[in-house]
Ligand binder design. Sequence first.
Ligand code: IMP
Ligand code: MG
Length: 173
Amino acid sequence: MFDDVRVMISAEEIDAKLAEMGAAITKDYAGKELLMVGVLKGAFMVMADLARHVDLPVEFDFMAVSSYGASTKSSGVVRILKDLDQEIADRHVLIVEDIIDSGLTLRYLMKSLSVRNPASLELAALLVKDGVERPPTKILYEGFHIPPEFVVGYGLDHVEKYRNLPFIGVLGE
Ligand code: IMP
Ligand code: MG
């Protein structure tokens, strides 16, 4: 079904990495009330699988932002399509992202959330693209560093397709 996609990171590798990240989150947030904030749509799979490795009482919220439209290059323009349902003042907030590319989406997001005075605001991302210039970004929990290629699968899309691949892959030429 996905013959046109080359596997970069297998489902097994993803799960092993999420288990490590979940264990670190469990340790760091012990005794705190954690609110995990997923960035739609890309982060929906990471969120679901990472959360299952977090052994704490967790609450969830989601934001939807758009930075790409139908192109594969970041425009630098971020639109909030859906804001959080909850207030985050005095909450421990962990943003969960699929991938950090230009970091523009995230910078905008962190800024707009930090003025709401959370008790803490940190970031978890499954993928970080190397070889990309970006503003300094502190990623407390990061999964894999990948080369600056356009990847799909495990929540990531190309024009809304391929999100359901259980692995991270690269589209064929
Ligand atoms: P950034 O603002 O450039 O860091 O990218 C923000 C969003 O663009 C990510 O959360 C992804 O949804 C999407 N994105 C970035 N790189 C890729 C890619 O290689 N494949 C698919 N989506 C991507
Ligand atoms: Mg996206």
